[in-house]
Design a protein around this ligand. Structure first.
Ligand SMILES: O=c1[nH]c(=O)c2nc[nH]c2[nH]1
Ligand SMILES: [Zn+2]
Length: 476
């Protein structure tokens, strides 16, 4: 079922907060954002109330009162924020969140991950898993997700159908893996892997011909799981289709060692992808923890993107990615939950952990030990920076920087209404209503409220979520 068209133009009033640049959140108070029936932002007006909107804005837009529905963020406690972009998430691993024991990447894949992914060739099971994954990520404010599905074509197509009908903007990856996998879960040959990938592309095209909401994404799992022929074939397919791509790189030291053994003629892990035609501006590389200086320079030169997955990096004891180092090389970085390497569906949690992981880099005896303290301190990310990575940075990584990630004319209304539950002055503490873990007293400045949201907030603060102007989640 296609998402229903919007019947009316919409105007949103209140406080809007978004990133102007990497380290600068912009706060627009008493503002109005007008969204047309296609879900596009057509006006952003500050110092605007409803009366002024009716008198000036509607005329300019050719709207009449009857054409418009109004949503207001309550003064003080509520604000609009751009929807989060999850640049790396395995929908097929969703039932395994939190289940990883003491494993690290390679044994985690064999023990937990491959059996779960293989089991989703059962379409009723896939439907249950994918429906809950989409519902849960929407409830946490994720309006765009770059998904890995499984090797199964029908189950991958089902994920695309569900994202489309539930209204989540999504990239749908059929996982290509024709090498070293368990015999119960592996593509038979490079040709079969490519044919299966083409079949999912056709399906998504039949669903959403211009990829307005849902797009295929080419998905070689990672170098150890792909033959040279499969990688080259995917590179050719990318050149024909111009589709985005995603894979993993340098997540774990044993994985890096394995890649060296499997590709003895390559200079590095990044070089493996480069020599097989996959290191381009369309590629999203997840993790990128144990890169050498030369690899990071090559990734920057190719304008290849990075999905930073701090929750997964800690859970699987993989390491700490040097995000500042990547950013200073000019590499575009977004955040990924990496479920179920990561244990949380929340990009807010990923932002919080990105901040904390960057603090670890600055600690003595940390990864940057040996550098002077002021050099180490530079590694620390600010609240504004991790929220940039969660929105605009993510939009760059998935190739939608001109479409999502902020409140600008011409962009889509992919947004969330956040409620921190500030107790108004006239209300006594006895009237306290719960808004999760965030306790706002009313005297906090806006940047302090945002810090409290980042560190204590969760889906209880996410009241409503829209994608392309369409309401896709509402708290009951
Ligand atoms: O975090 C990860 N999750 C995966 O599913 C995977 N496959 C290869 N490398 C991987 N890393
Ligand atoms: Zn992953």
């Amino acid at each position: 079922m296609p998402p229903p068209k919007l019947g009316k133009n919409q105007v949103f009033f209140g406080t809007f907060i978004h990133s102007k640049g990497l380290d600068e959140l912009e706060y627009l108070h008493n503002a109005a954002v007008c969204v047309d029936t296609s879900g596009k932002i057509v006006a952003v007006e500050t110092n605007c109330n409803q009366q002024k909107a009716v008198e000036t804005l509607y005329g300019r837009l050719g709207w009449s009162l009857d054409d418009v529905s109004v949503v207001r963020a309550r003064d003080g406690g509520q604000f609009f924020f751009p929807g989060f972009v999850d640049t790396h998430v395995h929908a097929s691993q969703y039932p395994n969140v939190g289940i990883f024991g003491k494993s690290t990447l390679l044994d985690w894949l064999n023990t937990y991950t491959f059996p779960m992914e293989a089991s989703l060739s059962s379409l009723p099971k896939a439907r249950r898993v994918y429906t809950r994954c989409i519902r849960q990520t929407l409830a946490h404010g994720t309006t765009t997700a770059a998904y890995y599905a499984t090797i199964d074509v029908d189950a991958t197509n089902l994920l695309a159908d569900l994202c489309y009908s539930m209204g989540q903007r999504a990239f749908i990856g059929r996982v290509c893996m024709d090498h070293l996998g368990p015999e119960y879960y592996i593509d038979e040959s490079p040709d079969q892997a490519l044919a299966a990938t083409r079949a999912t592309i056709e399906h998504v095209r039949s669903l959403d011909s211009d990829y307005e909401l849902v797009s295929p994404i080419l998905t070689p799992r990672f170098a150890p799981a792909c033959s040279a022929e499969a990688m080259k074939g995917l590179s050719e397919l990318q050149k024909q289709t111009h589709l985005p791509m995603q894979t993993h790189i340098s997540e774990n030291r044993d994985e890096v060692k394995l890649v060296k053994e499997l590709f003895p003629n390559s200079k590095s892990y990044a070089d493996v992808y480069d020599t097989h035609g996959l290191l381009t501006e369309k590629m999203i590389l997840a993790h990128a923890i144990h890169l050498t200086e030369e690899e990071a320079d090559l990734i920057a030169e190719r304008n290849t993107k990075v999905a930073h997955c701090p929750v997964s990096n800690s859970a699987l004891s993989s390491g700490v990615a040097r995000v500042r180092w990547l950013l200073e090389k000019g590499i575009q970085v977004g955040l990924g939950t990496d479920m179920s390497g990561g244990y949380s569906p929340s990009i807010l949690e990923a932002a919080r952990q990105a901040k904390l992981a960057s603090n670890h880099l600055a600690m003595p005896e940390g990864q940057l030990d040996g550098l002077p303290q002021d050099e180490r301190d530079k590694a620390k990310l600010s609240i504004d920076e991790v929220l940039y990575l969660a929105t605009r940075g993510g939009a760059q990584v998935v190739g939608l920087a001109d479409k999502i990630g902020a409140f600008e004319v011409g962009m889509q209304w992919d947004a969330q209404l956040i409620d921190l539950g500030i107790v108004p002055a006239e209300v006594t503490e006895d009237d306290f209503t719960t808004h999760g873990n965030v306790d706002i007293f009313g005297w906090e400045k806006w940047d302090e409220r945002i810090a409290k949201w980042v560190f204590s907030g969760d889906s209880r603060n996410t009241k409503r979520v829209w994608v392309q102007g369409r309401l896709v989640h509402q708290q009951t």
